[in-house]
Design a protein around this ligand. Structure first.
Ligand code: 1CP
Length: 334
């Protein structure tokens, strides 16, 4: 059994597999070299030779237990024919929503647009270096994708006041997302992804009263779909106001925690396998502190099924030597 299945399905508490969000990315000089030659980020994600190579870069360097495919949650709106661009120093920039065009889009056209992502997953999942390990496919949660689609850029800290003004538009987008997220997940699994992670990066923007409508219902629907494909699903509802209720209602197979969560408290609140938590900024300090903080998480979750990860993506300014030290600390932990 693969390391992540061992923890998520078998509830094994004796091992702590490790993978890191954004492990394929900007902190690695070999990534930056490829990126420099490929200024168009979407095109890079659509180049299956390069995206599979980037996916494998961290596995060649470090003793990681899983590969996460180098792609982006915004490949979904791209596949729905919304314009998506990444501007250096600004982040994603999306075009206006054409809801009628989006509604008319069929499955074949969508798959054709993002097909290289599936080819890259096939390449990665059949590579020798990933043998016995996991290949993680992923999507953005409906709520987080809705935020980007409507807001057309990163919301940073809060939503614009008129975000919810067009209820009808929002409901139509959520229905379209439900359909195409399922298609995107199914194709990732069919091509070798054996775990799915659902990133809800902007879950923290919602007040508690809005969680059922925008997060619980649509995410539960998606989680049940992934389960029906016999594939474990990890949810990461970053900074959500009520982690406990989220887990009780949505029932993912495992849950990722952000770095604001108190690990001891969450251990009492949540029964399902847990992933992550360590503040990525700790990797910018020194080895002594890194070891201490890493060991803290491993100690707290000693008797609980636990996958090691950070509480958000690894920062671009991280020294790869510190990353290596983190992986080795987790691997050497008894
Ligand atoms: O080189 C560059 O400038 C591109 C930087 C970059 C990278 C390396 C972006 C732009 N996306 C990615 C890859 C990526 N994105 C992966 C690859 C696999 C891995 O983890 O190694 C994954 C899983 C994502 C997921 C993603 N994209 C999320 C969810 C996780 C999170 O960080 O909260 C989100 C919110 C995005 C949107 C996005 N894509 C890129 C940026 C800079 C952003 C965030 C912008 C914002 O703050 O809104």
């Amino acid at each position: 059994m693969t390391p992540l299945h061992e923890v998520i399905v078998n509830k094994n508490t004796k091992i702590n597999p490790i993978w890191i969000m954004r492990q394929a990315g900007r902190y690695l000089p070999e990534f930056r070299e490829i990126r420099k030659l490929n200024p168009n980020f979407i095109n890079l994600c659509l180049n299956e030779n390069l995206s599979s190579e980037i996916t494998l870069q961290p596995l060649k360097r470090f003793n990681l237990d899983a590969a996460i495919i180098f792609s982006d949650i915004l490949m979904l709106p791209y596949g729905l024919n919304q314009k998506v661009e990444f501007e250096k120093g600004f982040g994603p920039k999306l075009g206006e929503v054409n809801i009628d065009e989006m509604s008319r889009l069929d499955e074949v056209d969508f798959i054709q647009k993002v097909y290289p992502v599936y080819k890259a997953i096939k390449k990665v999942s059949t590579d020798d270096i990933v043998k016995g390990k996991n290949t993680i496919g992923f999507v953005g949660a409906p709520w987080t994708l809705l935020v980007y689609i409507i807001n057309q850029q990163s919301p940073k800290k809060k939503l614009k006041e008129d975000f919810f003004k067009n209820d009808f538009l929002i409901n139509r987008i959520l229905l379209i997302l439900e359909k195409f997220l399922k298609i995107h997940i199914k194709n990732q699994i069919d091509n070798g992804a054996n775990v799915i992670q659902i990133f809800d990066s902007w879950a923290g923007l919602l007040e508690e009263k809005d969680l059922p409508n925008y997060i619980y219902s649509p995410t539960l629907n998606l989680v049940n779909y992934v389960k029906s494909l016999n594939t474990p699903v990890i949810c990461f509802p970053r900074e959500i106001k009520n982690y406990k209720e989220f887990c009780e209602i949505v029932k993912p197979d495992a849950v990722g925690i952000d770095y604001n969560i108190n690990p001891k408290k969450i251990l009492n609140d949540i029964k399902i396998p847990i992933q992550g938590g360590l503040d990525p900024k700790i990797l910018l300090t020194d080895k002594e502190k890194l070891k201490k903080e890493t060991t803290k998480y491993l100690d707290v979750f000693k008797d609980h099924p636990y996958i090691f990860n950070l509480g958000h993506g690894v920062l671009p300014e991280t020294d790869p030597n510190m990353f290596e030290y983190l992986v080795n600390t987790v691997k050497d932990y008894q």
